[in-house]
Design a binder for this molecule. Structure first.
Ligand SMILES: NC(=O)c1ccc[n+]([C@@H]2O[C@H](COP(=O)([O-])OP(=O)(O)OC[C@H]3O[C@@H](n4cnc5c(N)ncnc54)[C@H](O)[C@@H]3O)[C@@H](O)[C@H]2O)c1
Ligand SMILES: O=C(O)C(=O)C[C@@H](O)[C@H](O)[C@H](O)COP(=O)(O)O
Ligand SMILES: [Zn+2]
Length: 366
């Protein structure tokens, strides 16, 4: 078993990574010192695959566990569904020492974490991520949120889980499109912090796409390590944590502009990373060769780099809903080289629009 620790003083926790870790759920929960009653939240797809078995394992180990499933997909990440979950928690009479377990992808992790952070002003929260994206990113670091129709993750909190339990076996049933979406965030780590890791991804692309468990374990481990290293320095994103948002300023605008229905999160981030790289190149921060290397790996992992459905002006307006906007200025995460980024809030409007024209493949610039 591989363990990565997230050191955050009283809020520190372990990420346990291996094949078959989820079989040990009962043992792990016993170390959490929580009450016997547990609410396991999942979506119907993951719930059918793994939820019932997870609840049975917990019951076998003496817990009183109940599974509650919501429809799969980004459209479940909202306040109405959160309200359903509060009602379930109240009906089950969960008290402050009862745990909420998120079993699913990033939607389930963000939604359940938001409910755990706010129900009774906070109850113990455990992440059991089942998608690659959730294993490498959303289950770690404590950003929990729901969407508002006007923008992504606009209602949320920083609320750390007590433990993250990663079972690589879950990835065997993950649809290919969801594998690729997770790879977008994995590529992000190489781009922002670790050129050697980026090279590892290029060199092992075949094994990654073939879902070789040892290679998947390695990319999950290194991604969690990089995320933990960033979050430990800046838990609530007042400085360096913003680098984890590379590609997200444009990515979130694309998701909102297409009503969360055309691109999933990783795909939108892939286009956003390419857009941010183009901006960096236009500002003279990185070479065209660096932009091309990024584009090449995104395409190799079957990710998009263009969003022809979006318009330049619509995207431009949506950029200002980014949480990194201060005093009406966007803080951009830009590229110096593979493995090295900088934060910049002085990007001229025409440079941003030039990049938006390129990613929307539009010739009409106003
Ligand atoms: N909190 C954070 O730091 C953070 C980081 C990155 C992304 N996110 C959020 O995460 C969400 C995206 O997460 P996601 O890509 O996991 O989406 P998701 O939760 O919608 O899961 C994608 C799809 O895969 C299915 N699935 C998940 N695991 C499976 C498995 N093992 N086998 C078969 N099917 C499986 C789900 O049912 C769903 O249909 C977005 O809302 C994004 O904003 C949050
Ligand atoms: O953990 C972080 O910090 C991130 O930015 C990780 C992102 O991959 C993730 O999509 C996050 O939810 C984006 O957060 P937001 O603050 O831009 O909504
Ligand atoms: Zn993301």
């Amino acid at each position: 078993m591989v363990n990565v620790k997230v050191n955050l003083e009283k809020r520190s926790y372990n990420i346990h990574i291996d094949v078959s870790t989820s079989n040990l759920i009962g043992n792990f929960m016993q170390t959490m010192k929580v009450n016997k009653k547990i609410l396991v939240i999942s979506d119907t797809a993951v719930g059918n695959l793994y939820g019932i078995q997870m609840v049975e394992l917990l019951i076998k180990d003496g817990f009183i566990a109940e599974l509650y499933c919501v429809p799969p997909g980004e459209h479940s990440k909202n306040l109405d569904v959160a309200m359903e979950l509060y009602t379930k928690a109240i009906t089950l009479e969960l008290d402050r020492n009862c745990a909420i377990v998120a079993l699913g992808g990033g939607v389930i992790g963000d939604l359940s974490g938001f409910v755990a952070a706010t129900y009774l002003r906070g109850v113990p929260f455990i992440q059991i991520p089942t998608s690659l994206l959730a294993q490498v990113d959303s289950s770690v670091g404590g950003k929990v949120a729901v969407n508002h129709p006007m923008g992504k993750n606009l209602i949320g909190a920083f609320y750390q889980p007590r433990m993250v339990l990663i079972d690589i076996n879950f990835l065997s049933t993950l649809p290919n499109r969801e594998l690729y979406t997770g790879l977008a965030e994995v590529i992000k780590y190489g781009m922002i912090a670790d050129k050697k890791f980026f090279t590892y991804l290029c060199d092992h692309s075949r094994q990654i796409l073939d879902k070789r468990p040892d290679v998947l374990t390695e990319i999950v481990r290194r991604s969690c390590e990089i995320k933990a290293w960033v979050v430990e320095q800046d838990e609530c994103e007042s400085s360096i944590r913003a680098i984890l948002n590379f590609g997200h300023t444009i990515g979130h605008a694309i998701e909102a502009d297409t009503n969360f229905s055309v691109y999933n999160h990783g795909e939108a981030v892939a286009i956003g990373m390419y857009g941010a790289a183009l901006i960096s190149n236009h500002l003279g921060m990185c070479s065209k060769a660096t932009v091309d290397v990024l584009k090449h790996i995104l395409l190799q992992f079957n990710l998009p780099v263009y969003a022809p459905e979006c318009g330049i002006e619509d995207l431009f307006k949506l950029l200002y809903r980014d949480k990194k906007v201060l005093d009406n200025k966007i803080t951009w995460v830009l590229l110096n080289d593979i493995g090295e980024v900088n934060l910049c809030n002085q990007v001229p409007e025409n440079i941003v629009k030039l990049a938006l024209a390129e990613i929307t493949q539009s010739n009409t610039l106003s």
